[in-house]
Each structure stands twice: as structure tokens, then as C-alpha cells.
Design a protein. Structure first.
Length: 264
């Protein structure tokens, strides 16, 4: 069993080691790989759940995610209660277990063949992903579905916002939630991109490297998957060839709004 642990603990945070230790206690044969997303970024969490879960990989895989801003209720918390645990089964058999918060399930809600709550405590610890959830995740990973609860309907889960930064990679490329099939531009057409309050000229390209050095490209990126009908979904990316698009736009955060328009 290969486990992708997606959480907002922070790069190199010992919390990954603590949670991995508990997951291994519940599922001793697992191999665990951690992926850190920005604090409270349910959008980045949901993006990577889909990118890893809906693309090819080992057949026996569990995605265990925890990004729980506890924003479902603004009132004071009793017993550290937060958003509830959920189970999703993807068409390729990949199991997804984690907190239903914000956009964590938004990218997979229309692809999942099963969406259910998991009957475990919503409280009991400030660190629920270590102290409360691993036994349930381990049992589910090994085929025990006795803890599954009510069905979740896709309409209960928010849609993916279509104009945000989903991720910034190590090269400074900005991955967005602008779906490539919604963009009606001609190759080499000049566009104006706005990220927050920063504006830059760019060239629309059907392939990021089809622009000269030093040019900002607006192109379908490397991230995406197939929808339930088999249609490819690709996400638009901002790519500064020979430079860093993230720096060009003032180092914006994930979830920052991205808009574009044709240059006049």
C-alpha cells in the first residue's frame, strides 16, 4: 500500500513524521510519501488529491489528506472539534480519506464513484490527523468499510473556482484553475494577465516552450487528468521562459485571483 500524505503542516515539519508513525501503526505495510501544501490551503490540497489520484500510479494507493482550517463554524470550538472525515473512491480504485474542508474534495467530486462520511469523532484533539483519524484510515486502506457513514452528494461540495492560483512549482511556474478548454485564444495571441494587483503582457501558446526566451507564456500546463467521460482536462499555466513567473507577479499566494484579457 502506497500512501500519499497531503497536509499543510509545513515543509520538513516533524508533524509529517508523527502522522506517518501513526499511519504505519494502523497499516504496517504502507510506504508513505508526504506532500506539504501552504497553510490552510484547501484549494492546493484538492488540486493535488486529483492530480495524484486521477493519474496513473500503483493500483493499491491511499491518499490521506489533512487541511482543516476549522472554518465551518465561526463560534468557539468544543473539544477541538473541526470538519469531519470523509471517504472517496475514484474510478481507478484509488481511495481518498481526509477532512472535508473548503475545496479539498472539489476537484474529485464529479469523478468519485463513492463519496461518504466516516464515522469517527470530529474532536478529541488539536492534532486529529495524528490522534484520531489514522486508525480509521488504516482500516479503510485494508478494506474495512464498517466506519462509512452517510452519502455525500456532489452538490454539497463547493465547485472549483475557475480563476485562482492552484500551485506554484519550484521553477516559479504558476498553475491555475483556469481550464484550458474554456480559453478561446489563437496561438501567439497577445494577452494581458492580472494576478492580484500586478499586470503583465503574455503570449498565448499551445505549448509553453513555443515562446522566445524572456517571454511570459499563458499555455495549457503539465497538470490535469481525464473527466468521468474520458475527456482530458488541462489547467492553464503561466510560464516565464528563462525566468520566474511567480516573481514577475510579486510572489502571489495560492488562491490569488488570476484573470486575462486580449491585448488591444
Amino acid at each position: 500500500m502506497f500512501v500519499s500524505l497531503i497536509a499543510d503542516y509545513g515543509t520538513g515539519d516533524p508533524a509529517f513524521a508523527e502522522v506517518s508513525q501513526r499511519l504505519l501503526l494502523a497499516c504496517p505495510q504502507a510506504q508513505i510519501h508526504g506532500l506539504s501544501v501552504p497553510p490552510f490551503s484547501t484549494l492546493a490540497t484538492g488540486f493535488w488529491i486529483a492530480q495524484l489520484g486521477l493519474n496513473p500510479g500503483l493500483p493499491q494507493r491511499l491518499i490521506y489528506h489533512n487541511c482543516a482550517p476549522r472554518r465551518d463554524d465561526p463560534e468557539a470550538r468544543q473539544n477541538n472539534e473541526g470538519e469531519g472525515l470523509t471517504y472517496a473512491l475514484l474510478p481507478n480504485g484509488i481511495v481518498v480519506v481526509g477532512v472535508n474542508a473548503g475545496y479539498t474534495l472539489s476537484f474529485i467530486k464529479d469523478s468519485a464513484t463513492v463519496l461518504r462520511t466516516v464515522n469517527v469523532s470530529r474532536g478529541g484533539s488539536q492534532f486529529r490527523s495524528r490522534d484520531v483519524f489514522p486508525p480509521a484510515a488504516g482500516a479503510i486502506a485494508q478494506g474495512d468499510l464498517s466506519l462509512l457513514g452517510d452519502e455525500l452528494k456532489p452538490e454539497q461540495i463547493p465547485d472549483v473556482p475557475g480563476d485562482r492560483i492552484a500551485w506554484v512549482d519550484g521553477y516559479g511556474n504558476i498553475k491555475t484553475t483556469l481550464a484550458a478548454h474554456t480559453v478561446s485564444l489563437e496561438p501567439e495571441q497577445k494577452v494581458v494577465i492580472r494576478v492580484g494587483s500586478v499586470v503583465s503582457d503574455a503570449i498565448y501558446s499551445d505549448g509553453s516552450f513555443k515562446v522566445p526566451e524572456g517571454t511570459l507564456a499563458f499555455a495549457p500546463g503539465s497538470s490535469g487528468w481525464n473527466d468521468p467521460t474520458g475527456k482530458p482536462i488541462r489547467w492553464m499555466e503561466l510560464f516565464l521562459r528563462g525566468g520566474n513567473a511567480w516573481e514577475r507577479f510579486g510572489k502571489p499566494q495560492v488562491n490569488q485571483q488570476v484573470t486575462y484579457s486580449s491585448a488591444q
